[in-house]
Design a protein around this ligand. Structure first.
Ligand code: NI
Length: 137
């Protein structure tokens, strides 16, 4: 049975501040630079969700991409889009909302809900030049 990887790409924007409350203000400024600015800043995130699995002979799909779209919309976009990640999203109350941690959030939101295939990769673009990848574990 041939396997294939399918990717859904979505956009959201959100505000955040990189700040570790266990460290001093000086440490935070030195570590995070302008990303530590007290009044937050925003990014236009591009998220790529890749699901890998065998091609179902009945449908020719790994999974119906419309199902993947609905799942990503409900579990990621509706939770993160137009939000302040530090203040509005409970998952980040005790985690720094770096691109790395946002990628882990997306993985945990999507992986258990997939009806077919397995989540292979979360790729999150924070700027057009910077992205992070998370593959679980
Ligand atoms: Ni930032």
């Amino acid at each position: 049975m041939p396997s294939c990887a399918v990717t859904r790409r979505v956009h959201f924007n959100a505000a955040h501040r990189l700040h570790n409350p266990a460290e001093s203000d000086e440490w935070n400024r030195a570590t995070f630079g302008p990303c530590n600015n007290p009044n937050y800043h925003g990014h236009n995130y591009e998220l790529e969700v890749t699901v890998e699995g065998p091609i179902d002979t009945a449908t020719g799909y790994v999974l119906d991409i419309a199902i993947l779209k609905r799942l990503v919309d409900a579990r990621v976009s509706e939770v993160l889009d137009h939000r302040n990640l530090n203040l509005d999203v409970a998952w980040f109350r005790d985690r720094i909302p770096s691109a790395e941690n946002i990628a882990v959030f997306c993985w945990e939101a999507i992986a258990p809900a997939l009806p077919a295939g397995r989540l292979q990769r979360i790729r999150l673009w924070e700027t057009p030049r910077n992205y992070v990848e998370y593959t679980g574990g």
